[in-house]
Design a protein around this ligand. Structure first.
Ligand code: 4AD
Ligand code: MG
Length: 465
């Protein structure tokens, strides 16, 4: 019987070659062969592995075969048989081939193999068709799914916090303004300021840098929530770890202290890595082979070992005594740079580190103040190769202490009155953290540039695709 429904290549490769008729569709990765027989490697993105299509040249139109080149899209009918060659269990003996779309070898940018990642960034609209980006995007998907799975199984509520915000209290980074004002004719007030009362929202608005403050509103009603959405930072930082648009996961939990918060962060990260190892084995094995030989060992190591928990002050002491020459010299009060974080993780402890109790001056206003008057109950999780992957804290639940800190920092009351209401009415101890999704994907895939783990990266001077 003729099959009318397509079977995905992943599913075909998992079955046995019993000679049954199958229909499969995808894009040509390679074609080779001789005047009698052609071998087409077809991929449909369902797996890193291609299925081999065996073509008896004499039975097909010469022109059709000529147009089957790398990048062309095909529908292939044939019988699924045990593969003669080594390396795969089954192949398709083609009886019928339809070309959906050709890809001119003269102009198709992915005609040849082995392009650099830099070159592929310039053709981000086509790079999902490479093995590397197929693998990265499947791992990214699996991690996103696992995140929802994890929190759902623990009874956390997925809270959708706004992307457009009227407050810039968080102070996590420079913001992108959102406006419908005519930039060629900006309305001004009498005292020479932009008249935002005439703007869309009647006030100055920005894209959010974090969903945390609204997340706290949810947690102080639903107990445990998480957000998972895009966030935006307009810093001009051209590093392999920063994007202007990145995704963040922010759980926020009532009745959690900093210890509970650390326990959750560690358990969460281990769950996600384990999930990827189990569900993306082929893709991770490919990335390990191509980009980072130690990848699988590193992932297993993180899953199987306790994270080190250490105070910032102790971390500074270790760095000072290390004798290592850092670009940014170390002293108490320093906002740790990636070089310091990686020294602690990679050289000193050789394990992930959770650093706590940072100086209040380098952390956000909402963090719980310690009794020493100098530090706050912050926690950053530091990972090998990445540096900071999570930033979080226990939150200050005392209205008086929080209001005092807000006043000290000169944050306008009009920006935070609604936030302060959580401390005015039924305030509770609570904690939360933010996991940078792309930094997690970087770690799990072993890629080294954050631009290569998001389909369409947004960085300074770059928003083409
Ligand atoms: O440390 P951050 O700035 O913390 C917050 O935004 C808090 N509101 C989180 C919370 O407590 N709910 O950012 C959290 C994480 C960082 O640890 C990092 O992994 C990632 O977000 N991150 C970035 N990832 C990519 N590009 C950027 N520009 C990033 N900035 C932060
Ligand atoms: Mg941080």
């Amino acid at each position: 019987m003729e099959p009318t429904r397509r079977t995905k290549i992943k599913d075909l490769l998992e079955t046995t070659g019993d000679g049954r008729s199958v229909l499969c569709k995808g894009w040509v990765r390679t074609k080779r062969g001789n005047k009698n027989v052609a071998f087409i490697a077809l991929n449909d993105g369902s797996t890193i592995n291609n299925i081999q299509i065996v073509v008896d040249v004499a039975s097909f139109d010469e022109n059709l075969l000529k147009n089957i080149t790398t990048g062309a899209s095909l529908a292939v009918k044939g019988s699924l048989v045990v593969s003669q060659g080594s390396g795969q269990g089954v192949e398709i003996q083609a009886s019928d081939i339809e070309i959906y779309g050709t890809a001119d070898p003269e102009t198709y940018p992915l005609q040849k193999k082995g392009h650099t990642l830099e070159f592929l960034r310039e053709i981000a609209h086509l790079r999902p068709r490479t093995n590397t980006f197929g693998a990265v995007l499947r791992v990214r998907h699996a991690l996103a799914f696992a995140i929802h799975n994890y929190f759902n199984s623990k009874g956390f509520v997925y809270l959708h916090t706004p992307l457009i915000t009227g407050s810039d209290a968080e102070g996590a980074g420079a913001m992108f303004q959102v406006t419908t004002l005519d930039l060629k004719n900006v309305p001004m007030t009498e005292d020479g300021k932009v008249d935002y009362s005439r703007d869309f929202f009647g006030k100055s608005c920005n894209l959010t840098v974090s969903g945390q403050l609204e997340g706290e509103l949810g947690a102080t009603a639903l107990s445990e929530i998480y957000t998972f959405g895009p966030t935006f930072r307009a810093e001009n930082s051209n590093t392999p770890r920063h994007l202007a648009e990145f995704w963040m996961i922010e759980p926020e939990m009532a009745f959690y202290d900093i210890e509970d918060n650390m326990d959750l962060a560690e358990d969460f990260l281990k769950y996600l890595i384990k999930y990827a190892l189990e569900h993306c084995a082929d893709d991770i094995a490919f990335l390990c082979k191509m980009y980072d030989n130690e990848l699988i060992d590193r992932l297993n190591f993180v899953v199987n070992n306790d994270f080190v928990r250490l105070r910032y002050s102790e971390g500074i002491e270790i760095l000072e005594k290390s004798g290592h020459k850092f670009e940014f010299p170390v002293s108490w009060g320093l906002d740790l740079q990636s070089e310091h974080e990686r020294y602690l993780v990679e050289q000193h402890f050789k394990k992930p580190v959770i650093l706590t109790d940072y100086p209040k001056e380098i952390k956000a206003f909402y963090m719980k103040q310690n009794d020493d008057g100098k530090t706050v109950r912050a926690m950053d999780v530091l990972f090998p190769k990445i540096g900071e992957i999570i930033g979080g804290s226990q939150r200050e639940e005392s209205y008086d202490k929080l209001a005092a800190r807000i006043a000290e920092l000169g944050i306008p009351e009009k920006d935070v009155w609604w936030y302060l209401d959580t401390r005015r009415f039924g305030s509770v101890p609570h904690s939360g953290f933010g996991l940078g999704f792309e930094r997690l994907v970087l770690f799990v895939t072993g890629m080294s540039n954050i631009r290569d783990v998001i389909p369409f990266p947004r960085t300074p001077k770059s928003a083409e695709f």
